[in-house]
Design a binder for this molecule. Sequence first.
Ligand code: NAD
Length: 550
Amino acid sequence: MPRSFTLPSGTVLRCRGWRQEGLLRLLENVLAIGEAPDDLVVYAALGKAARNWESHDAIVDALKTIHEDETLVVQSGKPIGVLKTHEHAPIVIMANCNIAGRWATAEHFYDLEKRGLICWGGLTAGDWQYIGSQGVIQGTYEILARIAEQHFGGTLAGRFVLTAGLGGMGGAQPLAGRLAGAAILCVEVDEARLARRQSAGFLDVVAQDSNTALALVAEAVKQRRALSIGLCGNAADIYEDLYARGVIPDIVTDQTSAHDLVYGYVPSGFTAAEAVMMRSDPERLIAEARASIVRHVTAMLGFQRAGAIVFDNGNLIRSQAYEGGVEDAFSIPVFTEAFLRPLFCRAIGPFRWISLTNSRGDIARIDDFVLEAFPGNRVVTNWIRLAREHVPFEGLPARIAWLGHGERTELALAVNRMVAEGQLGGPVAFTRDHLDAGAMTHPKIMTENMRDGSDAITDWPLINALAMASSQADLVAIHSGGGGYAGFMTSAGVTVIADGTPAAAERIRLALTNDTSLGVMRYADAGYVAALDEAREKKIHYFGIGTGAE
Ligand code: NAD
């Protein structure tokens, strides 16, 4: 029988408490808004909410039956069993896709996955924290806003942004670019993806060919008008062609799924459907994809030499090009180091909250509260105003905002109070992206060129997860990369349910405060002065041994 993916709502519990019910609703939510829910895929072709349907159903049953003093253990999307713990312990702990170092390769991952021994949880798919495009819209907007500040006098009006890839994550780019005020051209090989983003209102127009697209860009730039334009084509071909014509955008990036040459990047000369058929010949597919990526990145380097701000947006395109022989691929900086690290030093990162009762009104009330509580925080207030007007909710209504140490705890405690006092219709879940200060090691995305050279040390996310479990979080997860990300990263996820009880307040106080404390410590320990200052100013109990900071 076909599965239906309906959103939970209301306040009737199916579980023994809101902690279990909240996590169950988050699982239902990621499937309801996922890219291919019939296959349990939430995003990025392989990022799954559970290993298979048998595992999924057993997780649901367990959440419905376990008591507050029990903990469900999940290994790569498969529930293993229930442990007797205590009422302050997490309801769910999980480890997703962690493979011993020497074996952590894409090939080994695919083999393990085929044999049903593992699955990849992405970042927020496997631990049920995905909130749809809003998270990545905000992240992309944040990067563009930082570039505007650093390079263009604070605005992207009259600027041309070139990018590619309109998938689960990359599909956020046209809206983020428009919100940042730019004329943004998005190249996508799959017409269905273009149509989907246009019907969602993210793309203003889909151009029929490059000349039409460039004319639209030129007009919008001249009028300093924000406009998002889609163009069907292969990014390697289009980037190369624009460079050859001497068309140099102000900003260039890419969000094709270049991290995975079998299940992601479509080589030049093939349609998206043809690339899927070629999966039966992975060696050829990888060779073709890498050859295209070499051309793709060579054009990006050309744009950079010609004065464009070019950056890697976390899809490993530089690593793939480097392996294909592009020796200077890493002269393109990664977005985190180039634009976001000063924020991470203060543990300011992608914090999220989700209405578990499916109440838009509750999110609006929390928006109002944030605007009142943090009037001096321009990054947050600016985003909340834009988001409430332009960003559609997907699934359970949710909001993301880049809040830092202290602010997250303050907000969540206030929301917990509002739940207790009946000012909100029901409980709210708090979580964050794994790409957050102390929670991720990824030497090619998050921790590239750390000041002390600690790029590849994965102790930090592991410590984070241990600390979250000791700080009464409701769900704690340790993830490593799968597919093309195998061997590249380890990260930690955390979720806390604010159900209005004093116990929830204690969980919030401990988990959210310790999460950001560790974020500041991670950057302080790498010798970043801003993080050392933050630790001092916020009285974080950090030792500071051998930080090497001046
Ligand atoms: P996805 O697989 O859902 O979408 C990729 C899109 O790229 C598809 O629509 C595909 O048709 C298109 N595409 C593939 N090859 C192309 C080519 N040669 N030319 C034009 N279009 C092409 O993936 P996603 O979830 O959108 O993620 C995209 C990439 O961004 C991934 O590598 C992902 O891991 C990465 N990512 C990075 C961050 C970050 O750290 N900033 C956040 C989210 C995702």
